[in-house]
Design a protein around this ligand. Sequence first.
Ligand SMILES: [Zn+2]
Length: 227
Amino acid sequence: MLYVTLVANLRILCMNIVAIGAHPDDIELGAGGSLALHQRNGDRIRFLVLTKGGELSEQSRREQEAITAGKILGVEDIHFLGYEDTDVPYDGEIVKRINDHLNAVDAERVYIHTQEDTHQDHRHAALASVAAARNIDEVLAFESPSTRSSFDPQYYNALTEDVLEQKIESIRAHESQCEKKYLEAEAMKGLARFRGRQANTRYAESYQVIRIKETTLETQQHEESYW
Ligand SMILES: [Zn+2]
């Protein structure tokens, strides 16, 4: 029993996390609090940003802001796929590129967009990510300011005041979006309170579950013999 507990704890302490966003700032808005919790847990966090974020302001500045925001959340690596803003595809090539990245970093939990979104880049990112992460044990879909009312969360991460402040600080690192980001940061605080109320806590982030797999030592051994 002690061994089982030890194995379970080691897995929790050493998770490889990848968050996939269509644009610089999507990840911070949708999962910034959960990523701050992963950072405190000692997990390895990586960002995969599908676009260059060049539509609203100069491209390299937005990429630099994403790097600054990522540092606030303890992100180890930010990888940009370089698609054009508003033109993220959903085809075999993008699925393969995302899948290759997830395999290369041995991802264990992936945070992705929800398909319940009015922005075409977010929807295509969601579809491509679900396909690319088909062999990943834990896949959770986050909400965004453009999420539709049909977003129906089943999974909540409770956030402390500190963690919520860290999330908001990472959103404000996107200075080129200054006024918009300030408003969204305030809205994020209200949303965290609302989701917290649903989850019987003060603040929370919420997710749609694409897949969560619970593995014990016994089932792990069964899987190894199965394959
Ligand atoms: Zn976006």
